[in-house]
Design a protein around this ligand. Sequence first.
Ligand code: DGL
Length: 268
Amino acid sequence: MADNRAIGVFDSGLGGLTVLAAIQKKFPHENLIYFGDTARVPYGSKSRDTVIRYSLEIQEFLIKQDVKMIVVACNTASSHALDEMRRKNNIPVLGVVEPGVRALTNNYKNVLRAAVIATKSTIKSGSYDAAMKEVNREIYLYSKACPLLVPLIEEGFTDRKATEMILREYLDEIIREDIHYIILGCTHYPLLKSMIERLYPGIVLIDSSIETAVMLEGLLQTHNINSDSGYRGTMKLFVSDITDSLLDMEKLFFGGTIDSLEKITLGW
Ligand code: DGL
């Protein structure tokens, strides 16, 4: 029996649209509901308790929309809130931290040293270290918080000298450690891929979005909740604030093809 209920995807803001796009590409027949907490972004500088509270509110909202499972596209929320979310409901919940680690270990054999760059809150949680220990104990993982990158990207500074200088400040340290594989542990960082590759030729950047879609496929199968293939899925966007960049981002990722966009207010 097919399950045509939607898959819920959420992020602190709009960066998670990269994950939504990878999911839509792989599963065009699934209905998708995305929630971007644009009124409360960033999560990366907030405490664990606050990130958990926000994530549980969003989960409650998505469950009211009758989703069959939830993908937490935000690395910070994935780092803090997965256990609490799973305790509070009985639908599957997938985060992006484990897929990020697997995107490295599945695709690049014989890697012994790697780094993860992420928000302060993600690094402080130790989530990537824990996931790496589960997946491959042999790999040394160097963790680096890069708190200035999200504001620069939000300002559209993806090709500015100022961003290059800040990137060097963060990444030179990693290169000095003789590390050439970097997991992009934040929804926003894929937007700096070309700048990083230009500044550090030969560097390998690991983006979790495709691996998240691969792990999602496994979960849909295990729980027997695939939708009818042959059916065109819908895509609904909910946000907690309509911001200037929202419509630009939607056009960038989906060319204005989403089926609906609605602003909602969650409990504060
Ligand atoms: N979505 C967040 C993450 O992936 C980045 C933006 C924020 O700090 O909320 O960690």
